[in-house]
Design a binder for this molecule. Sequence first.
Ligand SMILES: NC(=O)c1ccc[n+]([C@@H]2O[C@H](COP(=O)([O-])OP(=O)(O)OC[C@H]3O[C@@H](n4cnc5c(N)ncnc54)[C@H](OP(=O)(O)O)[C@@H]3O)[C@@H](O)[C@H]2O)c1
Length: 283
Amino acid sequence: MNDNTRQEPTLVLGGTGKTGRRVVERLEARGLPVRIGSRSGEPPFDWEDRSTWAPVLEGVGSAYLSHHLDAVPGAAEAVGSFADLAVESGVSRLVLMSGRGEEEADRVEQAVRDSGAELTVLRSTWFAQNFSEEYWRDYVVSGEVALPAGDTPEPFVDVDDLADVAVAALTDDRHIGQVYELTGPRLLTFEEAVAEIARAAGREIRYLPISISEFAAAAAEQGVPDEFIDLLTYLFGEVLDGRNAHLADGVQRALGREPRDFSDYARDAAATGVWNPSAPRAA
Ligand SMILES: NC(=O)c1ccc[n+]([C@@H]2O[C@H](COP(=O)([O-])OP(=O)(O)OC[C@H]3O[C@@H](n4cnc5c(N)ncnc54)[C@H](OP(=O)(O)O)[C@@H]3O)[C@@H](O)[C@H]2O)c1
């Protein structure tokens, strides 16, 4: 164990998001001090405003780094500069949330490695929770999940596994220097994933494959911010070409156990009522 992480707070960037929120919950459950790094945190942290970076790093011993737009060109410069500042501020341990098979994410990883911090990289595939939190929950609730995902299989990973790995890496020296490629235990096409969700939710929900331009136009009409449309069209266009259509063993290597299966995720998410038509809209 790293004693620093016991006394000094761990900064969790994106600490209100899908992965960060779960990392915060787990650290707090262990009685470890945590600081949320996001625009709604205290002090507030904004990637777009460099004057907010130093205050959020003050007194911090370790940090979970995630950038909400890490696949977008320019992210490497921002995340690398932040990692340099973190190391200058005395942060010794960094855990980076990254995406597999993404060019810009590779550049982000290298920029963070160059900071010289003790580093663990989590290279993740698509999250199962995209179907129940942001980005696609509203589509599932509407009964039609129209996405430009073709029929390429993906080994969706459960974000709870990802958070378990992140917390292990933040608190245990054995993970320093490791790159963990994180996937679920099973390849599923989007059509198969939606069919599992429909079964678990007890509703008719269908997957409709559409083109990237149809997707971008529909998202713009629904008021999705341009930066997210760019991110998603980039990811659908680049990453879903089969390059990631294989399983990896990062969860097993990091935690010594199997990853959660998509059907367990779908069953548990359905039980919360998140896919009921009367559920409130996703944030
Ligand atoms: N989703 C996937 O399938 C997937 C797959 C592989 C890798 N990843 C990567 O995983 C990472 C985490 O994604 P996530 O899905 O957990 O995130 P998320 O749920 O989308 O949450 C985004 C977080 O970023 C914060 N945020 C947004 N704009 C910000 C800004 N300008 N400055 C500072 N903070 C800001 C938000 O908090 P506030 O609103 O309070 O600022 C929130 O805490 C990202 O790097 C993503 O690329 C995702």
